[in-house]
Design a protein. Sequence first.
Length: 327
Amino acid sequence: MSQSAPQSMAKGKKAWLIPVLCLIAGGGLIGISTNLAKFAGEVGLTPLAFLFWSITGAAFILFSYALLRRELPPLSKSTLSYYLVAALVSVAGSNLIFFSAIPHVGASFVALIISLPPLLTYLAAIILRIERFTKLRALGVVAALVGAGVLAARKFAAPDASVFWIGLALCGPVLLAIGNIYRTLYWPDNLSPSALAPGMLIAASVLLGLFSILPNYSLAVPLAEMLPLGLIAVQAFVFAGQFLLLFLLQKTGGPVLLSLLGSVGAVVGVPVAIFLQGESPPEGLFLGASLIALGVVLVTYLWRGKNGGIKPADSIKGGLAAKRGKK
């Protein structure tokens, strides 16, 4: 008995640490990714070409990782539909919107609006009874949303604001929020993150390839210099790490904690865009970033608590199944 208690405490501490580390690392990769997308445009890569070849490379990396772990993505009617829907809302659709908008609105703005999904995810989770309502957690989510909202409002008010591209960019967080809920509710039984991530990326690569059939959309890569190819390779590894961590966080932390990836990405991506890419700091940056940071702290701190903790994907599915059984 004397040994079991410390072991249980150590296990509990580790269970808390893993999703928080995934949140920090995954969010950091998102912030880097948005800045790489801006740099890609400056070296002649179109948003579709850069996204397609980077996603394809990331799919190869994660497929190789799954092969080494002997956890290959299974193929069935249910898993194929899961891969396709998750790929559309979480990868292909949302990232194509973001990468296309970056040349028009800036990498710092896109990095900031990726922090918007928490409120949408939280509201959906409350409605679907995935999460229990707690005042402090709701305050944290709202704080993160208000912080990003302050920056978005200032962007709209700018004299040279592109209303179309700002509005289109704001559709991306909606897709991300849908993806956060969908991947949790329909997580295939008994499958690991390392098996699901490559399946989703392969599906995303196929969808983006089909999109290139449309007029004026090409997958061509300028080959006069090695820089575009090198940039694609770097982004492929960034995507591989980002989406593997996304599924790990989804499994251990649930959809609301997962939705804070964008907030962490904003904290990383905005300084990189300003200091390394020479973008002008968005107006209201200090207030917005402070509110976003407060939201992350409140939600992640409350996740540790014994009461009202955020549920991981497997317990969410089990709880919903039990409710259906009672009905």
